[in-house]
Design a protein around this ligand. Structure first.
Ligand code: UTP
Length: 287
């Protein structure tokens, strides 16, 4: 079966990041660095690896640092070049004109609403969504694995990740159907189910491949959990009308919107690094 390729990705970055105050008062959560790279850059690199060409950022007030990050910094680049320094470290921040697009979510009233704000740019083609505060670590990357699964089954694919049963009330949770290797049929979805009511412990960690019809569903979407317009509720309505699968991700996942998750990610990725791994390992051993 030939599927329409996934050429566009939406990065909703309009959230307020209240769990990370005061760090996120004037700085976007997505610019927090894990070792030496901002969270948003990890997500964009993962998208590029998966063959995605156009990056669509749904921003809000106070998020202009993200636009500057993916722009040319003349002063920095000229000064570094004059001093004979390599620009390799900022190579991945460069894009051809038109390949990064920004749209403003004027009010942070939910992830579903943020995605809907990108409807005119997404147009009539399937697209990917990345929540950049979820850091997914694997090789090949999470979205590349999902795109490969999409080439086989098409339709809608969300990432699936198992969490302990006492954490299911924090996430969008999948009701699983037939299992075929890492692909699990999705027969239902529920956002933040109250404790003891979750249909499984398979949550959706911020990676999605969706068909454009979701925009039409979001159009009339009422507010759900937390009084926000929920993407999970819109996706749930598409089950049964289009193929819907979860791809069980076997790599590492860090919730960097959470302080403990962010610190854990920094330690884990620092330990992986050739340049600083040994120093950090020695320090942890000493502790
Ligand atoms: P979160 O639930 O992490 O919310 O949003 P948040 O506002 O970013 O952070 P906290 O909970 O207050 O600390 C999940 C994703 O959805 C985006 C966020 O930017 C994040 O990528 N989002 C959420 C929006 O873009 N707009 C919204 O209205 C809500």
């Amino acid at each position: 079966m030939t599927q329409k390729p996934i050429r566009k990705a939406v990065f909703p970055v309009g959230g307020l990041g209240t769990r990370f105050l005061p760090a996120t008062k004037a700085m976007p959560k997505e610019m927090l660095p894990v070792v030496d790279k901002p969270l948003i850059q990890y997500a964009v690199d993962e998208a590029r690896e998966a063959g995605i060409e156009q990056m669509i950022f749904v921003t809000g007030r106070g998020k202009s640092a993200i636009e500057d990050h993916f722009d040319i910094s003349y002063e920095l680049e000229t000064t570094m070049s004059d001093r004979g320094k390599s620009l390799d470290a900022i190579e991945s921040t460069r894009f051809a004109p038109g390949d990064v697009v920004y749209v403003r979510q004027q009010e942070a009233i939910g992830l579903g609403h943020a995605i809907w704000c990108a409807r005119h740019i997404v147009g009539d083609e399937p697209f990917a969504i990345f929540l950049p505060d979820e850091l997914m670590v694997d090789s090949p990357g999470c979205m590349k694995q999902m795109v490969e699964a999409y080439a086989r089954v098409g339709g809608n694919i969300v990432c699936g990740y198992e969490v302990p049963a006492d954490q299911t009330d924090k996430y969008g949770i999948i009701t699983p159907g037939k299992v075929d290797g890492p692909l699990v049929e999705v027969t239902g979805l529920v956002e933040k189910p109250p404790r003891g009511t979750a249909p499984s412990n398979l949550m959706i960690p911020g990676r999605y491949i969706l068909q454009p019809e979701v925009m039409r569903v979001l159009e009339g979407q009422a507010r759900g959990a937390g009084n926000e317009i929920q993407l999970t509720d819109a996706m749930a309505q598409m089950i049964g009308t289009q193929p819907f699968h979860a791809y069980k991700f076997g790599g590492r996942r860090f919730d960097c919107g959470d302080k403990a998750g962010f610190i854990t990610a920094n330690i884990a990725l620092a330990l992986d690094r050739e340049d600083i791994g040994a120093t950090v390992r020695a320090f942890i051993a000493e502790l």
